[in-house]
Design a protein. Structure first.
Length: 317
């Protein structure tokens, strides 16, 4: 009981810091506090009343089952089921439509049809997210005030060429100007995210209920900077990797984009110190590859805690 009380006490301390950025400077939450907070979350999440036994999924049920939220629901002992299980008693529905830019479809009407059938149900992740990198970059520029995009027809020198579709990991450095750019790709400035050891550092920040929950710091060889194979990855507090002002901007960005749940990928330029959001996804897989199982499990449990607080009506203290 003493350990439990200590866990909850320290979790409250960390939460106070996380929800009030004015109390923070860059990187002020000690790593042991971050890990202890995640451990505390694991003892908090089971204490839920009115927890559903299952949640119907509109969209790609199989994809959700293998995703981050498939693992979260498994941890919470909630079974994702098909839309045929929706009835008048349904109070919670999960919307899950991956790869919208590739699919070229808008699921809004399909979601609304189920909303009309059960008007009292809440739909999680019901905002149509255009995961086109060009759309994401435009939203980033509006919120943060600086841009990652370059015009390949007028830019002189190297640039990054990436598919506009999510999850391709096909980035390549090209020389500009380019007389006839490929419209299926975006062209971006090269971000200097190199760290000692001939590695690059990528940042992935998990979002739940339009709020950043925590982050992953991912490292891979500089020569494979655009790949998806990590040398290693670790769990981090949002304030380990972002300033309070950046967290506020991220919160505004996900609202602008309509990213209720999911993940954003970001890079920090070591030359300018600026943060660049390079991708967003509301149907994420994870945790990242080559992360220690302890950190991966804690990440899932931390998301589960945020999910409970946002959607499952946690029992009042």
């Amino acid at each position: 009981m003493n350990d439990l009380n200590e866990a909850l006490r320290r979790l409250k301390r960390v939460e106070k810091l996380l929800v009030k950025p004015a109390y923070n400077n860059y990187g002020t939450i000690p790593p042991d506090e971050v890990i202890f907070a995640a451990k505390a979350a694991t003892v908090h999440t089971p204490h839920i009343h009115r927890k559903p036994r299952s949640i119907p999924v509109v969209g790609d049920l199989a994809h959700l089952q293998g995703s981050v939220y498939g693992k979260v629901l498994q941890w919470l002992n909630i079974r994702p089921v098909g839309v045929e299980r929706i009835n008048t008693d349904t109070r919670l529905i999960f919307s899950w439509f991956p790869n919208m830019f590739i699919q070229g479809t808008d699921p809004t009407e399909e979601i609304e049809s189920f909303r009309r059938k059960v008007p009292d149900a809440s739909v999680i992740n019901d905002t149509y997210i255009d995961d086109d990198k060009a759309v994401i970059q435009a939203a980033f520029e509006r919120v943060f005030g600086h841009s990652l995009q370059v015009d390949p027809r007028t830019h002189s020198g190297p640039a990054v060429k990436k598919s506009r579709a999510n999850g391709k990991h096909d980035g390549a450095i090209v020389q500009c100007p380019i007389a006839e750019p490929d419209p299926a790709y975006v062209y971006q400035t090269i971000v200097n995210n190199a760290v000692p050891g001939d590695l690059v550092e990528d940042l992935r920040i998990h979002i739940c209920d339009y709020r950043p929950v925590f982050g992953y710091m991912k490292y891979r060889p500089l020569a494979k900077r655009f790949g998806n194979g990590n040398t290693y990855a670790r769990l981090a507090s949002v304030f380990d990797i972002c300033s309070g002002e950046e967290v506020a901007s991220i919160t505004k960005f996900v609202r602008e984009l309509g990213l209720e749940i999911g993940e954003i990928d970001a890079l920090r330029d070591r030359t300018s110190g600026r943060l660049y959001i390079v991708d967003a996804n509301n149907t994420p897989y994870g945790p990242p590859n080559n992360i220690e199982s302890r950190d991966g499990d804690l990440g899932i449990r931390w998301i589960a805690d945020a999910f409970c607080r946002a959607y499952l009506d946690p029992e009042p203290e």
